[in-house]
Ligand binder design. Sequence first.
Ligand code: HEC
Length: 112
Amino acid sequence: MTRIGQLAATFLLATALTSCSKENDQSSAKSPDWERGRGVYLANCIACHNNDPAKDGSIGPAIAGSSKELLEARVLSTNYPPNYKPKRPTKVMPQFPFLKEELPYLAAYLAK
Ligand code: HEC
């Protein structure tokens, strides 16, 4: 590994550890599914949605409490479940078909 690579790895690890311990202070027992969903969310969604899914993001609305059906429709094909009233009338969000396997974890993380 290059020196830069080592530095980057150390930094990432430190960041991960810090954010974990902060979380644990607030509420301890989060399930592994929740943790995995959080990782997926942070890696794919916060360019537009807020770090805190209960708040509106720079581009996307708050999505805490989204059902699995809503997530599946949105994330896999930018649709909405039948009879769902979208929070926004826009069509900005892209689809993420490669996240199919991660949907249950995203749902666990976003469930309130
Ligand atoms: C490029 C910006 C962008 C990214 C990245 C993005 N979204 Fe969105 N999202 C939006 C916008 C904007 C909306 C509002 C509808 C629209 O314009 O598409 C939205 C709407 C939603 C909604 C529907 C909210 C409602 O109740 O009407 C859900 C659920 C959602 N996003 C989940 C996600 C998840 C999960 C991810 C990560 C896998 C993600 N989004 C990534 C921009 C984004």
